[in-house]
Design a protein around this ligand. Structure first.
Ligand code: PLP
Length: 313
């Protein structure tokens, strides 16, 4: 099966490398056709589902997961329905419809949209595409590490830590799957959340899975009240530094990244970049960090300008 995602560039960040006296590597997942890494995992899940006989893909997400499912459905020629809550903007709905998926607006909150999506999947041939909690998603996301390992070898740089943002943990699970299947189980992970959505940090502190009572962050793509059980399990099997950054720090990193690399990314991605821009102590022992530039379609010049003003940056 040819994959639905593309190979993305591995770049060195010139200014951060000089400023930190480190070799800072960037895996440019923002360049995926879906605008984020999500096409790797969700694409693979959709592809396997269709190969197994599914004729209708159903995904409850008005964010990058839904967009990736729509891109995958279009590439596979499979009927695709994205169920979103009423809070989803008309622009997002249109953007998903433009690539050929059906959008159903249902319920005030995500939970209601999700329940509706699950009901749709009771029809034969319909398959539920979750945003992060599925083995095929982790398997697909792991390909970003498979690629990065080969690319880093070509550059002659052996990265010594990986930095990625954590929402529900599908990206983190993929990164760790990738490290382990490439014999790099010794490379630590810096797992980054925003303060208002720190469900992995909460689980690690409590030493059990925690469901946050509320989410309070502008980094919508990190807004999972509870991480996957597998993400919490990984923290017991792999060296993971849990880090939280403020929304202001995430936005500040997006602004610096836009100026220096001339590329726009969501605050969810800014959170991972902030580890380097803020020179967080967890990064200091390492010399060759690999940052997953997870990307995201929920950003524009106008949105960045608005956040800049809101946080007085
Ligand atoms: C989904 C997403 C994340 C978080 O990924 P999880 O698998 O939910 O942890 C981070 N950044 C962007 C841009 C995303 O779309």
């Amino acid at each position: 099966m040819t994959s639905l995602h593309i190979h993305t560039a591995l770049l060195q960040h010139p200014q951060l490398s000089v400023a930190l006296d480190k070799q800072v590597l960037l895996k440019m997942e923002n360049t995926q056709p879906s605008g984020s890494f999500k096409l790797r995992g969700i694409g693979l899940l959709c592809q396997r589902a269709v190969a197994g006989g599914a004729s209708h893909l159903v995904c409850p997400s008005g964010g990058n997961a839904g967009f990736a499912a729509a891109v995958a459905g279009a590439a596979l020629g499979t009927k695709t329905t994205i169920v979103v809550p009423e809070t989803t903007s008309a622009e997002v709905c249109q953007r998903i419809r433009d690539i050929g998926a059906e959008v159903i607006v249902h319920g005030a909150l995500w939970d209601e949209a999700n329940q509706y999506a699950l009901r749709l999947c009771e029809q034969p041939g319909s398959i539920y595409i979750p945003p992060f909690d599925h083995h095929d998603i982790w398997d697909g996301n792991a390909t970003l590490i498979d690629e990065a390992v080969l690319q880093a070898k070509q550059l002659g740089i052996d990265f010594d830590v990986v930095i990625c943002a954590v929402g529900g943990g599908g990206l983190m699970n993929g990164v760790l799957t990738g490290l382990h299947r490439n014999n790099l189980a010794h490379i630590p992970l810096i797992a980054v959340e925003t303060e208002g959505a720190a469900s992995l940090s909460a689980a690690v502190s409590a030493d059990e899975l925690v469901t946050l009572s509320a989410i309070n962050t502008i980094a919508n793509s990190l807004a999972a009240k509870r991480v996957s059980a597998q993400s919490f399990a990984w923290t017991k099997q792999h060296k993971v530094h849990n880090v939280t950054v403020s929304d202001a720090q995430a936005v500040s990193a997006c602004l610096a990244f836009a100026d220096q690399m001339r590329i726009l990314v969501e605050p969810a991605c800014g959170a991972a970049l902030a580890v380097a821009y803020q020179r967080l102590p967890e990064l200091m022992p390492y010399k060759r960090p690999l940052i997953v530039v997870c990307g995201g379609i929920g950003v524009s010049l106008a949105a960045l300008a608005g956040w800049k003003e809101r946080f007085s940056l």
